[in-house]
Design a protein. Structure first.
Length: 277
């Protein structure tokens, strides 16, 4: 009898140990899933290459603020950019709809963040952005008629959508720029606002040849003040449609973000359902 009781006790102990092991395993699995979800939610970027369909940026030409420009192009930058910015704004405002691919490289806190996205715009104010990765890969956001943004994250959280204010951190690009200001007209308006606040803009007299662009472009620059000691932004602008094809953002004189646009389609037929989620 004693042996039987001992065997029962051992069996019960083993069963309890097995249950505790299973509970620990389940807890570990849940914690791993939660960590993955948080990783998706905060858009933690890894150092991976761009997808094949996305435009790629060339880091070699981003070494200095003038690395992409020839000497003659720099000397040609004599025109005040204020009027040119208005022309860019008018050109963007005349577009009824468009879509493009963008590739952004952000240099922040010693790390390089790569963001590739598909962007859609339709008048009067419909916007949709699809993140292709690595940054916030799988996330989708649409601007609603009430001014708020509805979207979902990628990965395990793609089944769940929510609505946030347009200035929420959840709907900002890797460079901190808000979704609602990512269309062409809003970008030009932001630049005009900078100029009205005393920032100095200049532009080349005519299209010039720059590294990385297949055809001549206007080069537009904006500085912190009239002394032109500190560069804030540089844009390469298509002379045919007056839309930017490449953009450089600087902080404290150093390159902070670089953006390329490609596969631009103007005045295309975009169904209203595209801007629903």
């Amino acid at each position: 009898m004693k042996n039987l009781e001992i065997m029962r006790a051992n069996t019960l102990q083993q069963s309890n140990n097995l249950q505790r092991g299973l509970r620990k395993g389940m807890a570990f699995a849940v914690s791993m899933i939660a960590a993955l979800c948080l990783s998706q939610a905060y858009g933690l970027a890894a150092k991976t290459t761009s997808t094949a369909s996305a435009p790629k940026s060339t880091n070699k030409k981003l070494v200095s603020s003038l690395s992409g420009m020839t000497r003659s192009a720099v000397q040609d930058m004599t025109n005040d950019g204020a009027e040119f910015l208005k022309e860019m704004s008018d050109a963007a405002n005349n577009l009824n709809s468009y879509s493009f691919l963008s590739s952004m490289t952000v240099f922040k806190n010693g790390k390089t963040i790569q963001e590739n996205s598909k962007f859609y715009f339709k008048k009067p104010r419909s916007i949709r952005a699809e993140e292709m990765g690595p940054y916030k890969k799988g996330s989708v956001a649409v601007l609603l008629k009430n001014g708020k943004v509805k979207g979902h994250l990628g990965g395990l959280l793609s089944k769940f959508s929510g609505t946030v204010d347009a200035d929420s951190d959840w709907v900002q690009s890797a460079n901190g720029y808000p979704l609602v200001d990512s269309d062409y007209f809003s970008m030009s308006k932001v630049m005009i606002d900078f100029a009205n606040k005393g920032k100095k803009s200049i532009v080349t007299q005519s299209p010039v040849t720059v590294t990385g662009q297949p055809k001549p472009v206007y080069v537009l620059e904006m500085y912190t003040d009239a002394s032109k000691q500190e560069l804030m932004k540089r844009a390469y602008v298509d002379p045919q449609n007056l839309l930017p094809v490449e953009w450089f953002d600087y902080k404290d004189g150093k390159l902070f973000a670089h953006t390329l646009w490609k596969d631009l389609k103007l005045n295309v037929d975009l169904d209203d359902s595209l801007f629903n989620l």
